[in-house]
Write a protein that binds this ligand. Structure first.
Ligand code: SF4
Length: 353
């Protein structure tokens, strides 16, 4: 059993309905230059049938977190501490064999680039049906019928004919749909979608997002949706986790976090992105500086080198003490609740109007 290392974050609440529970997750990589602290004390929960959005810049730890949940990290160079419990099963200590089985029928991932998941050497039909035979013990005919049914469900025209096509014979949008069909073949209860529509044009993107919502309703899956697109998150997710430099800095419902954000990093993200209603006159304010190196991250609050509000915090807390992330609706920042509210109303809200 993995020993839990002490975290300065309060753990997220463990509800009886929590389907996936992540507690004090720490992921570190050994590199030639030293240890990269990619995820540092992350806790969150997801219920069945709900979607958790995760946003943050590149290197914030979003994708590493999800690859670790799936057990797809490199065990030779990666150290994982903490707990990941999926429907009562501990994954950090699970064997490769157990994880492979779970990846087949309990959890699945939709990647940003379908060519990562689809082999060019095999037909789409074969790539859908073989894992189904393996994980579900189905016959060849049953697997083929299921694959055709799933291709039809994701909107591939003439699925019986397209079953025998190779991925290069599909358009980009169709390959993305085929990958979703592949991820859903075994009715996964946890679906992780990492920027699943980034490479697609807006129309196909909207179709795929609708499709994911429909399929979630049908299968009741829990979804983790990773994206940098807040418009997509507003449309897709129930809850939202904002990550910065390997830590969660804010969480709440989508409405709470996007409507009344409380963390200076979330303010920066919202001010630097086009508005959800697409107002072309909106002025964008980029966050100054760049995300820190995780080889040697800043002490205290990792956002402190880029934050415009450190002088409002008493003493040197921002550079010496990690701000804790409390339970439920919370932001990990040393500013008082009154200060956050005043800054939001006076400075941030007018920028977002
Ligand atoms: Fe900024 Fe300090 Fe709050 Fe971090 S803790 S976000 S540095 S004010």
């Amino acid at each position: 059993m993995t020993t839990l290392t002490k975290t300065e974050d309060a753990p997220a609440p463990t509800g009886p309905e929590s389907f996936l529970s992540v507690r004090d997750l720490r992921v570190q990589f050994s590199t030639e230059d030293g240890i990269v602290k990619a995820v540092d004390g992350l806790s969150f929960d997801i219920e069945r049938g709900k979607t958790l959005g995760i946003v943050g810049e590149s290197g914030s730890g979003k994708s590493v977190t999800n690859l670790t949940i799936l057990g797809l990290h490199n065990p030779r160079s990666t150290t994982v501490d903490g707990e990941i419990v999926l429907d009562g099963k501990e994954l950090v200590t699970a064997s490769d064999k157990e994880l492979e089985k779970l990846r087949g029928n309990k959890m699945a991932m939709i990647f940003q680039d379908p060519l990562t998941a689809l082999s060019p050497y095999y037909t789409v039909g074969r790539q859908l049906s073989e894992p189904y035979m393996k994980h579900m013990g189905a016959s060849k005919k049953e697997a083929k019928d299921r694959a055709i049914q799933m291709l039809e469900k994701v909107g591939i025209p003439q699925p019986k004919v397209r079953f025998d096509d190779y991925p290069h014979q599909f358009s980009g949008g169709m390959r993305q749909r085929a990958m979703i069909a592949m991820a859903l073949m075994c009715d996964p209860e946890l679906l992780i979608a990492d920027e699943p529509t980034t490479a697609l044009d807006v129309t196909v993107q909207a179709q795929i997002l609708d499709l994911l919502k429909d399929l979630q309703q049908e299968f009741g899956s829990a979804i983790i949706f990773i994206t940098h697109d807040l418009g997509v998150i507003a449309n897709m997710a129930d809850d939202l986790l904002v990550m910065y430099a390997g830590r969660a800095v804010e969480r709440g419902t989508v409405k709470e976090v996007l409507g009344t954000p409380k963390h200076p990093y979330t303010w920066g993200l919202l001010s630097s992105m086009p508005r959800l209603d697409g107002d072309i006159h909106q002025e964008l304010t980029p966050i100054p500086g760049t995300p820190p190196s995780l080889l040697n991250p800043p002490s205290g609050c990792r956002f402190n080198p880029r934050c415009a509000y450190t002088d409002k915090v008493e003493g040197d807390l921002c550079t010496t003490a990690r701000p804790p992330l409390a339970d439920g609706r919370a932001a990990a920042c040393h500013l008082t609740a009154e200060q956050k509210q005043a800054i939001f109303i006076d400075e941030i809200q007018p920028r977002l109007r």
